[in-house]
Design a protein around this ligand. Structure first.
Ligand code: SAH
Length: 377
């Protein structure tokens, strides 16, 4: 076993994890991510409200109100495709500060029958973010409920689900190619008792997708999120009614090798082992693996489309112009925000929109079909 030491300040969670590792042995990257994000006392998503300019990282809805508004219009079009039901569950997974939902509902009000049909459910595990969401959405005149799980009632009803930067927070497993074999990448302790990455024993059960398996070289890392994708695909399928879901996240369309686990704190990247529980921890989304999980649960996928293409089809240019005309003093800021969301090589292409739907639902707007027959594991 080889360990890579890092410089870290012993956060309370680092000490707790070190004690656990001493007792139980090394833990997987997935168990580490789960603890860092969701430990009941020290987990990042349990205690910190870290999104926005003053926080640790910034997301599309915090960059421009146009983002949430366009998603609101997308939802209204989907509702029309569903036959304009008088009762619709609108679920947001990981709603952050509630900004996307606020902007979405503003746009929804331009289609009154759609707004009237809405029953909003926010799925959130972070108590401080839930409090922010409640404050942000205080004045809204649609019914809104909160839960830590996707458990809407009644089931079997038309449902739209949205999740921006939600999939990237789900725990990953990492495998390392070492001495001709794949090993689970773990976190143990180095000689000084600090958290350190190490390779578990070779495991013939670990197999990356065929498309890339033969190209593996010593030290290559493969990341997989299949258990988490299966979990959420099962939850979506269990809603058991007409379903349309939209996931927007950063990631890749075909399987690749690479260690993408990243910790972000105060808008800067840190070593993921440095400050467990005090930095946001995410990893790229393998969209092929997400699609494969959805298909296993009899759901159909549209896209993924690059964010710029998706927002372009939804009319970001026209909406931006109208907003600038109405707020000339803020025109520069509005334009800069939209440019950031659309940037080629930046958010416009690194982020992608994936549609997921029940079989009888029409193809989802703005998301061309992409042939992804090479699923992840
Ligand atoms: N969608 C927001 C926030 C993205 S950050 C935005 O775009 O600004 C990720 C969000 O997912 C946070 O609100 C976090 O608390 C929440 N989250 C992470 N894992 C979760 C889980 N398993 N269940 C519910 N919410 C979760």
């Amino acid at each position: 076993m080889t360990a890579t030491p890092t410089a870290q300040s012993p956060t309370p969670l680092a000490e707790q994890l070190a004690a656990r590792i001493e007792l139980e042995g090394p833990i997987t990257v997935g168990a580490y991510m789960q603890a860092c994000l969701h430990d009941p006392v020290h987990g990042y998503y349990r205690k910190r409200a870290a999104i926005g300019r003053a926080g640790d990282f910034i997301t599309a809805p915090e960059i421009s109100q146009v983002f949430g508004e366009l998603i609101g219009l997308w939802c209204a079009v989907v509702w029309r495709q569903m036959g304009e039901p008088g009762f619709l569950h609108l679920v947001e997974l990981g709603p952050g500060r509630g900004t996307l939902m606020r902007d979405l509902l503003r746009a929804a009000r331009t289609v009154p029958a759609f707004a009237d049909a809405l029953h909003v459910h926010l799925v959130e595990t972070n108590a401080s973010l839930e409090a922010e969401q409640r404050a942000t959405l205080d004045e809204e005149d649609v019914p809104i409920t909160w839960s830590g799980e996707l458990d809407v009632e009644p089931a079997g009803v038309p449902t739209i689900v949205v999740g921006n930067e939600f999939l990237d927070t789900l725990p990953i497993a990492q495998w390392v190619f070492h001495a001709g074999q794949w090993c689970t990448r773990c976190i143990g302790l180095d000689a000084q008792g600090r958290l350190a990455f190490l390779n578990g024993p070779g495991d013939p059960e670990l197999r990356p997708p065929q498309a890339i398996a033969a190209t593996a070289r010593e030290g290559d890392v493969f990341e997989t999120r299949t258990p988490a994708f299966n979990f959420w695909a099962e939850k979506l399928a269990a809603l058991d009614g007409p379903l349309a879901a939209l996931f927007i996240d950063y990631g890749h369309n075909t399987p690749v090798f690479g260690d993408t686990l990243q910790a972000v704190r105060a808008h800067r990247y840190h070593n993921p082992l440095d400050t467990p529980g005090e930095a946001d921890l995410t990893a790229q989304v393998d969209f092929a693996a997400a699609v494969a999980a959805m298909r296993r649960h009899s759901l159909v996928c549209d896209g993924p489309a690059p964010q710029a293409e998706f927002l372009g089809v939804l009319g970001i240019a026209a909406r931006g112009s109208r907003l600038m005309a109405a707020n000339p003093a803020k025109a520069g800021e509005i334009e800069a925000g939209i440019a950031r969301l659309m940037a080629p090589g930046g958010m416009g292409t690194r982020f992608k929109a994936l549609g997921v739907r029940s079989t009888r639902q029409a193809p989802l707007p703005g998301l061309a079909q992409v042939d992804m027959d090479e699923p992840g594991p």
